[in-house]
Structure formats: structure tokens, C-alpha cells
Design a protein around this ligand. Sequence first.
Ligand code: CA
Ligand code: CA
Length: 308
Amino acid sequence: MTRTLLGLLSLFVLTPHLYGSWFDSTTGLDLKTLPRFALKKIYAGTLRDPKPAVLPGFRIDHNVTASRSSRVTGAGKSGRTWEARFCCIEDIWAGDLDGNGETDYVFHAVGPYFNGRTTPTSSLSLLLMDEDRMPVPFFTVIYHHDQAMLRIVDTDRDGKAEILVSSYDEARSDPHAQGFCSGHWVHQLYRFENQRAVKVVGTGFPLIHGWTDPGCEKEAKQPVEPATIRDRGTSRLSDPACANSVSGAIIVHDTPAARKIAFPNLFSDDQERLIREIRKAKAIVRFTGGHVYQGSKGCAANLVWAHK
Ligand SMILES: [Ca+2]
Ligand SMILES: [Ca+2]
């Protein structure tokens, strides 16, 4: 087994272009050309200097249940309390993304996913504040860490933000490229309406860009494959489709007194603990966004929302 492993490692080192990485490919979109939505940085350097802080609208504490686990707490105008748990926050930005008059927050993180040639390096977690100043979450992974905040845009210049979500696949887009040597970047634009993410269609989006790794050798013509396009928004998934199993990106437990939110975090069991709490409360659960697994009654939901 060791020899097999060594063989695989050698193959990886000696033939680097047999398996590329997302950062070897062109995305087909220059984010710097898009109109930015103005946000204000309200907190910086969390990872380097994890001090608790009280900011306008909430309090933040770090390393709560594990290292890289941060807890953000606040209260609505009605007196309901809320908390949200995040992984690996690097900095926090504020602005009224949806134009409802309430300041919303963007948490830029390193991770929560690491290690893998197709793994995104970063994420953006949003808290959209409703009229009671209670948060509704949105989450997306980000590939190019340094350009994460360029993804909050105002393409139609109406003073309300859109978020550009990009995904990478290795479904063959070049008929003459070797396997894993071509694929697609899919760029989707979402706007926020009543705290929901709604896909923007038209005005050039979704934009699908086929890429080819120039370092790969060419081979005989092969059939090309369609791009992988998934719903990144918060449209409702049917409950029967999720009957057997659900994996959720964001978990929410909403009760009359409080709202608890857990974003993905590989370093802590924040999400597992919230799921146990939801099960114990026998709460009603709904699933939104994501996709249904092919051929089985299970789904990967963007948002798992439990309430009484
Ligand atoms: Ca707002
Ligand atoms: Ca806009």
C-alpha cells in the first residue's frame, strides 16, 4: 500500500499537468471592470489579532468553541437576541446591501475549506438585517482570496448590491484536451430581495467560460460536456427530495426568543451542536437553495432553516 501511495505521489510530481488546479485556469472575467458596491471595512485582522470587540450592531468574540470559531451576537429592535458562528474571519465590511435602510454585514474569511487542487480558498458570509434588525444569512465560497470583495457589485447602478458567485468544474470543454485539462468557470449574479438571494438572468449572466490548460498535451477529439450549474440562491427545495439526508451550508434555528446561525466551520462542532438542538426542539425544518442528489432522496441545501 505504501508503494502504491509513493507511486501516486511520484506520478503527481513528475507529471504536474496531468492534474491542474483551479488557479492554473483563466476565469474569463476581470472583476476589476465591474462597478463595485461601496462597503465600509469595520473590523480587520481578526486572524492575526483575535480580540473581542463591540461594534455598532453586534459584539464579536473569538476562539469560542475552537480556534478559528468566532461568535457574533446582537439583538433585534423587538428585543429578540441573535448569534451567528463563523469560521476563520479575516475582516468585516458593512453597508446596506438590499436597500431596506438597515446596515448589513459581510464577513470575509480564509477557508473554511482547505487542501485540494479544486478547493476554494475563502468565503463570504453575509448577514442581511431585516426591519427588526434580525439577521438572515447567505454564504458562498470564493476561489480568489485577494479579489473576494470585488464580488460585491452594483452592475445596474441602482444603489442595491449584487454578489457575483463563481464556480469551477473540470467537465471537458475542449474536445482535444486531456482529462482534467479543460473545464468551465460559471459566473452567476445574485441580487437580494426580502433577505433572499435571487438569481439575475440577462445582462451577460450567467457567464460560462471554457478554459484549457495550455500545459497539457492534446489528444484525439472527445465529446465535450456541459458546465456544472448549481443554484447558489435561496429558492425552496422540495422537502420530499430531501427526505433521507441533507447536508447544509448554513444552519439556522429560529425561536420566538432568539435566532442562532452556524456557518460552515471544519474546526468546530458549532453546526453539529445546533442540529442537535433543532432535533431536541422537534422544530419544523425547511431547505432552500442547493441541489438534489441524483438518484437518491437527499439534498445539499444552501440553507437549513428550523423554526417552531
Ligand atoms: Ca439592508
Ligand atoms: Ca444593483
